[in-house]
Design a protein around this ligand. Structure first.
Ligand SMILES: C[S@@+](CC[C@H](N)C(=O)[O-])C[C@H]1O[C@@H](n2cnc3c(N)ncnc32)[C@H](O)[C@@H]1O
Length: 251
């Protein structure tokens, strides 16, 4: 099975559980940050939009959002909650992004979803496509885990207890291939309804590699934060939010 078909299968499996699993992640700081970058009445494109966790509150701030995702089941969840918000989606591969003559003030990819491209070549191709799809003065934003974050790469294999109550046990099993930069997870849930396996597989990218791939796509880093509140990134940050502009633009 190829990388794309594999990702589709995994995320179709996640779709009915995704919003419940991530209900603790507040999307509003992300929506505020992104709305400001898109500008009043701006047009945004989310790569790997999923269930619209961020896109729906962004649309509530007056931004029209288009989203691409490989999983029809994740998009079905989005449309179930979309109401009349200006959020449009299509099924596709972000490595192969083709927006025709449409250009966006803001393109973003959140929650480490860039890592689901699985190879350096596909990650490079995606960034090239992003550059072509930005308006002059547009911005590209990527939110992702910093690879050496505690808990992620502690060893080649790891089993972590996420939640333990009288009726519920949540485990994460993780294996890491540092040569391929591939991490595989199984989120394992035991509760009175039974056992659930929620798999994830990703190719992480170090910041230096990301900036080099971006530069090859003619994207220049303009800011790097540790969170959506614009806290500056430091050696102890566990995630980064990196903002790029087309090379030659004045930020
Ligand atoms: C962790 S979810 C993130 C969803 C949403 N952006 C969020 O922040 O909640 C990852 C999403 O990436 C999508 N995805 C994985 N590989 C993709 C690809 N090559 N092209 C487009 N979407 C992809 C999955 O279908 C899934 O919806």
């Amino acid at each position: 099975m190829d990388f794309l078909a594999h990702q589709q299968q995994l995320w179709d499996q996640w779709a009915p559980h995704y919003n419940d699993e991530h209900q603790d992640r507040d999307p509003h700081p992300a929506a505020d940050f992104l709305a400001e970058l898109a500008g009043a009445g701006g047009q945004a494109l989310e790569l790997a939009i999923g269930t619209g966790r961020i896109a729906l509150p962004l649309a509530d701030r007056g931004i029209t959002v288009t989203g691409i995702d490989v999983s029809p089941a994740m998009l079905n969840e989005l449309h179930h909650h979309r109401g009349d918000r200006p959020v449009h989606t299509y099924v596709g591969d972000m490595a192969d992004l083709d927006t025709g003559s449409d250009r966006y003030d803001l393109i973003y990819v959140a929650f480490s979803s860039f890592y689901f491209l699985m190879t350096q070549a596909r990650q490079a191709a995606c960034l090239q496509r992003v550059t072509q799809a930005l308006t002059p003065g547009g911005r590209f934003v990527i939110e992702a885990t910093i690879p050496r974050a505690p808990g992620l790469l502690a060893g080649r294999q790891q089993l972590a207890v996420r939640e333990l109550t009288g009726a519920h046990l949540s485990l994460s099993a993780i294996s890491h291939d540092p040569i391929e930069q591939i991490i595989r997870f199984q989120e394992i849930r035991f509760d009175p309804t039974g056992t659930r396996l929620l798999p994830v597989v990703m190719r992480y990218v170090h910041l230096s590699e990301l900036d080099l791939l971006a530069a090859a796509a003619r994207l220049t880093l303009t800011a790097r934060y540790a969170d959506w509140h614009r806290t500056l990134v430091t050696a102890s940050s566990s995630q980064h939010i990196s903002v790029y502009s087309p090379a030659g633009d004045t930020p």
